[in-house]
Design a protein around this ligand. Structure first.
Ligand code: HJL
Ligand code: ZN
Length: 173
């Protein structure tokens, strides 16, 4: 997928709003959050992949779906998948990527960093809000990204809307 977008280059709030529209496709469940994610080449301003919670079969996260789909588009057996120098991969996600999952599944931080091992460096992660301390205590996702040299940027203004979508289906107390 590489589509021209009507989103202006570096309009981070617009990309996050787009990710939020994707989050609304996720099923409502009391045991996780509904999240949307978008992978963009920041240099050409092209959309590379999208994902939302449980888009792919199984108990999948938005970032995981987005990156797994991108891998599916680009991976040709025997080919070099290095990000060309004219590309700069950045990930937008409505919620801070997870560093620990209550299910014990692979956290999205590991998936994001594993892209680097395949020479597909994700330079920046733009996030709409931190993960609420509901399922796994404090999420250290942002810290782990920064420690690994991936820029982590909180884009402000959509927190309330993002949490409303993320927690739909949760019991109110
Ligand atoms: C992010 C997602 C999603 C979460 N976070 N960034 N993207 N669902 O698509 C984080 C939350 C975990 C719970 C339950 N949610 O999802 O901490 O069952 O959903 O592995 O810890 O873990 P599982
Ligand atoms: Zn995750």
């Amino acid at each position: 997928m590489s589509a021209p977008l009507s989103i202006a280059p570096l309009d981070h709030a617009a990309y996050l709003r787009y990710a939020l529209t994707l989050a609304e496709f996720a099923p409502e469940r009391p045991t996780n959050f509904r999240v949307g994610a978008v992978l963009v080449d920041e240099l050409s301003n092209s959309l590379l992949s999208t994902g939302y919670t449980m888009e792919l079969p199984g108990n999948t996260h938005a970032e995981q779906c987005c990156l797994q789909k991108y891998n599916g588009f680009t991976q040709t057996p025997g080919s070099d998948n290095t990000v060309p120098s004219e590309q700069k991969l950045v990930l937008y996600t409505t919620l801070e990527p997870c560093n620990k999952r209550a299910s014990g599944n692979t956290p999205c931080i590991e998936t994001i960093l594993s892209f680097r091992a395949q020479n597909m460096q994700i330079s920046k992660v733009y996030v709409g809000t931190k993960e609420p301390e509901k399922f796994v205590g404090e999420n250290e996702g942002s810290k782990k990204l920064e420690q690994a040299g991936v820029e982590y940027l909180h884009i402000r203004g959509l927190e309330e809307a993002i949490l409303k979508v993320a927690t739909a289906g949760h019991a109110t107390s």
